[in-house]
Design a protein around this ligand. Sequence first.
Ligand SMILES: [Zn+2]
Length: 303
Amino acid sequence: MRRDQLPSGFSGMPCVSCTTISAPLTDADFADYFRGGLWTPSACNHSVSLWRAVRAAVGSDHALMPGAVAISVAKLSFGELTLKRKETVNLDLHHIGVPEGARILGVFLTPHGGNEEDGWLAPAISAQSFTTAPIPHQFWLHGFAAQGGSDSTNVNVLCSWVDPVSDPELLPLWSAVEAYTAGSYQDVIVPASVAVESKLGSVLHAHFRQFAGREKVERFLQDAATFSYQLSPLLPAVMSGTGAPELPEEVAGMLSWLRNIRNKVAHSHAAVSREQAADAVCASLFGFRYLASYGPLVAPSQT
Ligand SMILES: [Zn+2]
C-alpha cells in the first residue's frame, strides 16, 4: 500500500440539491434546526431543512457514500494499491487509516488507468468466502489478467467503517445505523427506539429525582408514565421554562410512529421496509440529539 496522502477517516453531509459534501454536522447545526432555522451547507448555499437533508442522505444510502457516513456514525478511508503480474499484494486496511477494532461496512476496489482496449489486472482475492461474519481488516490479492492483462494496474481502495462507541447511551443508535447499512432493516427498529426511550428515561429520571426518591421515580417512569406519556406531556412540561425549544412536530410524530412499529416488530416480528428503517434511523438520531442537547438539568430561565 502507498501510505502517502491517505486521509485517516472522512465523513460529511451531502447537499440535497447538488450532492456536494459539506463538513460533518455539528451540535450547532442541530440547535439551529430545533430553533426552526434551515441548514446551510458549508460547501454550497442550498439551504434546506436539516431533517430533510438527513432523511435524504440516509435514504439514498449509496454503497460508496452510506447514509451512516453522512451522519458521522461511519467514516470513509481511501487508498491505492498496485497489482503486479504474478505477485500477491497484501491489503491491510490499517494502512489507510482504519483503526484496530473498527467494524468494516464495505470495501470497494476499483482498477483505473490505461485505455479501454488495454489489458489490465483485476483485483482477485486469494481466498474467498461469503458469510455474515465481520469483514476482515486484511486481504491478500493477486492480479487476474483481464483482456490479456498488463504488467501492473493501480487500484483505488475505498473502505467504509465504524469506530465502535464506548458510550453506552450511544450504543443502540450505532447498532441501528449499522443494521441499516447492512440491509437488516428489521434489526434497525428496536435499537433505534431504545436509543430514544432510554435517553428520555434518564432525562426524566434526573428531573423527577429533584422531587422524589429513586424508587418512587423509577416506579413512576416504568409503571405509570409509559413512553408515549413521557414524550407528551411530560417532556414538554419538563422543558418549558428551561429555554429549550419545543421538539419539532415532525420529530415527535416520527417518534410516536417509531414506538408503534417497535411494538409490532418486538411482538409480532413485523416486516420492515428500507424506507421505514430510514425513517427510524432519522427519528432516533434527532430524538437523541434533542434530548442530549436540552435534557441535562438546567436552571429555569429567569423571566
Ligand atoms: Zn448544494
